[in-house]
Design a protein around this ligand. Structure first.
Ligand code: ZN
Length: 319
């Protein structure tokens, strides 16, 4: 039976996996992403790494149904190109599909990294094979992938930009040029920004405030850790985060009526506490018939969501 290759391309590493058609991971490896010289070595490095591994395992292109890849930036899924992936230094159009197919002789499919992670969670993670799943990743930024009625939703190209839902029209400026996007308050960096601002106004006793004032490194994890210790300022910060994320989730659910909204990315390490916190505001804002059916869940695949989802891209396209 032919196998699949999944690639999760990121700004620091490219992760690879060889999987069976049923989604069982058989081999995993990774290489550093060389973003020098406008990232011109990234694709050649990927090709070399795949060919090297196939030699190592005694496999040829004939053994594979295809290669799937998740990439940052704006992905044209039909042409197989990427543009504007700034953490890869890819500013100009990159003909990724053309290069990888020529270099490996294996059919290649590509999509946006958050969309691919959504496919991964639907196939092997928290989505449980449901045709209606929304995936939100809370990392340095906030990404999203929407599967509705069985299909990944692309719109006319850029659907699923959940990180840029406006949650506070009076809020912080976003990298995208707008104001008050979910990403400005619910990403790892956004949570720290809220913590710093609330800390300035906060007059009470707080370890978190002390850490900030003392110039120590404060991350989203620091904030969640302080909540566990009963810190009142950390509690305010996290409640604000829950309310923004709950509001965004309720709006998404009101439009799509998904079976579940799956939350992943580094910030989701906060665990079930996060789900319960978001749920409280979700229930406040969501339309009642939707509220009662939509589940909020933690992602299950962690780091593997990207490679597993990328491999499933091959199945989606070939079958
Ligand atoms: Zn934005």
């Amino acid at each position: 039976m032919k196998k699949l290759i999944g690639i999760d391309l990121g700004g620091t590493t490219a992760k690879f996996a060889i999987l069976t058609k049923d989604g069982e991971v058989q081999q995993k490896w990774s290489i550093p992403t060389n973003v020098q010289d406008e990232g011109k070595n990234i694709v050649p490095d990927i090709i070399e790494s795949i060919n090297h591994r196939l030699d190592l395992y005694g496999l040829t292109s004939e053994n594979f149904l295809g290669i799937g890849m998740g990439s940052p930036g704006s992905v044209d899924i039909n042409d197989g190109t990427v543009i504007g992936a700034y953490n890869l230094n890819w500013r100009t159009l990159q003909p990724v599909k053309e290069q990888i197919e020529a270099g490996t002789n294996i059919p290649f499919f590509i999509d946006n990294d958050a969309n691919v992670a959504a496919l991964g969670e639907r196939w092997k993670g928290a989505g449980e094979g449901s045709g209606n799943v929304v995936f939100i990743t809370l990392g340095t930024g906030v990404g999203g992938g929407i599967i509705a009625e069985g299909n990944l939703v692309h719109g006319v190209g850029a659907a699923g930009e959940i990180g840029h839902i406006t949650v506070d029209p009076e809020g912080y400026a976003c990298n995208c040029g707008s104001v008050g996007c979910l990403e400005t308050v619910a990403s790892a960096t956004g949570i720290v920004r809220v913590a710093r601002d609330l800390s300035e106004e906060y007059a009470g006793d707080s370890k978190l405030k002390w850490l900030i004032d003392d110039g120590q490194e404060v991350t989203a994890k620091t904030v969640f850790d302080q909540v566990k210790d009963g810190d009142p300022l950390a509690d305010m910060v996290v409640e604000r985060f829950y309310s923004y994320l709950g509001l965004a989730c309720s709006n998404i659910a009101n439009v799509l009526n998904p079976d579940s909204i799956v939350i992943g990315g580094g910030v989701s390490a906060a665990g079930e506490t996060l789900i319960n916190g978001v749920r409280k505001y979700f229930d406040k804002y969501a339309f009642p018939p939707i509220k009662s059916v939509t589940k909020l869940k933690l992602a299950e695949l962690g780091n593997d969501a990207g490679v597993i989802g990328a491999a499933s891209l091959v199945k989606e396209n070939v079958e």
